[in-house]
Design a protein around this ligand. Structure first.
Ligand SMILES: Cc1cc2nc3c(=O)[nH]c(=O)nc-3n(C[C@H](O)[C@H](O)[C@H](O)COP(=O)(O)OP(=O)(O)OC[C@H]3O[C@@H](n4cnc5c(N)ncnc54)[C@H](O)[C@@H]3O)c2cc1C
Length: 425
């Protein structure tokens, strides 16, 4: 027998051909591992969610490279991500895609997109890389995974097959029609892993207040949302949008991420305060309003308030405070002015009655990070089992951060497997 045949035959299974799975497979290819690589995808195409991400434009990563600022964008999992981001930070992700023939651009807000504005180009690059090199099994769902003495037995509609190494990259539970239906949580449990509490994140909300829905389409550049409960205060700052059902926009998504596990329904609404301009606080605003009124006594109060926020919202604020919008500002009493200042600085209350069902972008919670080695992505419970991507208890804000963590953890899993195989051989 020569050396080659003496070696243990190695087959690697990657479960899920999304961002993390495709990056893990591409990395194994780059590392030229001496193993058969099988990528299983239940859809008839790879990267369905990647293709539609960013409204089809695919916000691939972020232009933020400052480690602390970057990590602050992750509501869960930031510490765990440190080694993965050490290996594959946003600027290396940027370089990698450009080297693969996908020119990228950075927007003013530091989101990164393909210059083509087409997420399908990102997926095509992986398809081209894999041709004749990786066994891509499309339309083939992994039904179960069973750890054995030699590795893992995977079951599909075609029967059972054994693999020495398995990488679970089957995503979370959000946008289920893209194939991410939470199967990975069951696979992890079959391998004795724990799953933390799961919840939707990066979602819009339905609200009780009709006036809010009447403002549908109106946006606020830099709003702040705060919880108005006695519990620990939560807040978020950023662009805001009124919709026909309630509220949306980046600040709402960030707020939903911070409140992913709060119970919210009609019977138990979450009371929040909307501050139309995050810079406002009662004292500075009341002083400003006092000056504006003093200088413009003949002006109608609606015209004064419209200088502080959008006219439609200004009208609502006057309605809520029961002040005639046509009243001359010189006629506004101190108590009325105070009320307006309060409404513009946190007292404008909204009752969130539901998370907009099915429109969340990511799942909060997942495979317990305490049970995974963050330096390798290998299970601390079962050797040769790896995890990457959203199946883990990691989620970030909008702005390219979720794909960034999927690419980076997929890359780290691929690199670690390659290193392990090289040492074994
Ligand atoms: C509408 C939308 C827009 C988004 N836009 C952005 C954005 O612009 N930027 C950003 O950073 N993030 C964005 N995200 C989030 C981001 O897309 C995800 O966090 C990221 O794709 C997760 O990557 P993943 O590889 O872990 O999982 P996924 O991309 O979800 O991939 C998992 C794959 O596993 C497959 N699979 C599942 N179970 C099985 C099984 N049993 N057998 C075989 N295959 C299986 C699924 O079909 C799926 O293809 C968006 C999300 C949504 C829903």
């Amino acid at each position: 027998m020569n050396n080659r045949t003496e070696k243990r035959e190695m087959k690697i299974a990657i479960i899920g051909g999304g961002a993390a799975g495709m990056m893990a497979a591409a990395t194994l290819l780059e590392e030229v591992v001496d193993a058969e690589i099988h990528l299983f995808e239940k859809n008839n195409v790879l990267g369905k969610k990647v293709s539609i991400s960013g409204g089809g434009r695919c916000n691939v990563t972020t232009g933020i490279n400052d480690k602390n600022i970057l990590l602050s964008k992750y509501t869960r999992g930031s510490k765990f991500l440190i080694p993965a981001f050490g290996l594959f930070p946003p600027d290396k992700v940027f370089k990698w895609f450009e080297e693969q023939g996908i020119p990228l651009k950075i927007k003013n807000d530091l989101r990164v997109f393909p210059k083509s504005d087409n997420g399908k180009d990102v997926v095509k690059l992986f398809e081209d890389l894999f041709k004749n090199k990786i066994k891509v099994h499309l339309d083939l769902s992994i039904e179960s995974i069973e750890p054995t003495e030699k590795g893992f037995t995977l079951t599909t509609k075609n029967g059972k097959d054994c693999f020495g190494i398995v990488v679970i990259t089957s995503g979370g539970n959000a946008y289920r029609h893209t194939g991410s239906t939470g199967d990975g949580y069951d696979f992890a449990k079959s391998c004795k892993h724990s799953i933390t509490k799961l919840g939707p994140s990066l979602n819009s909300f339905e609200v009780k207040e009709d006036w809010c829905k009447e403002l549908a389409g109106i946006s606020l550049e830099n709003a702040k949302l705060i919880t108005n409960t006695n519990k620990e205060k939560t807040s978020a700052v950023g662009p805001f949008l009124f919709t026909h059902f309630g509220i949306s926009g980046p600040v709402t998504f960030a707020f939903s991420s911070n409140t992913a596990f709060e119970k919210i329904d009609k019977k138990c609404p979450l009371k929040i305060g909307l501050i139309p301009n995050a810079e406002y606080n009662f004292n500075s605003l009341d002083k400003l309003l006092q000056n504006l009124i003093a200088e413009n006594g003949a002006k109608q109060i609606i015209n004064i308030i419209s200088e502080l926020t959008t006219r439609r919202l200004a009208e609502e604020i006057l309605k809520i405070s029961k002040i005639n919008k046509d009243k001359k500002s010189a006629e506004i009493k101190k108590e009325e002015r105070n009320e307006i200042s309060h409404l513009l600085s946190g007292k404008l209350e909204l009752n969130l009655i539901a998370r907009r069902s099915g429109d969340e972008f990511v799942t909060a919670g997942g495979v317990d990070l305490n049970e995974v080695n963050r330096k390798t992505m290998e299970s601390k419970i079962l050797p040769n089992l790896y995890f990457a991507g959203e199946v883990l208890d990691i989620d970030g804000l909008t702005g390219g951060f979720n794909l960034q963590s999927a690419w980076a953890t997929g890359r780290l899993a691929g690199t670690s497997i390659a290193r392990k195989l090289k040492i074994e051989n």
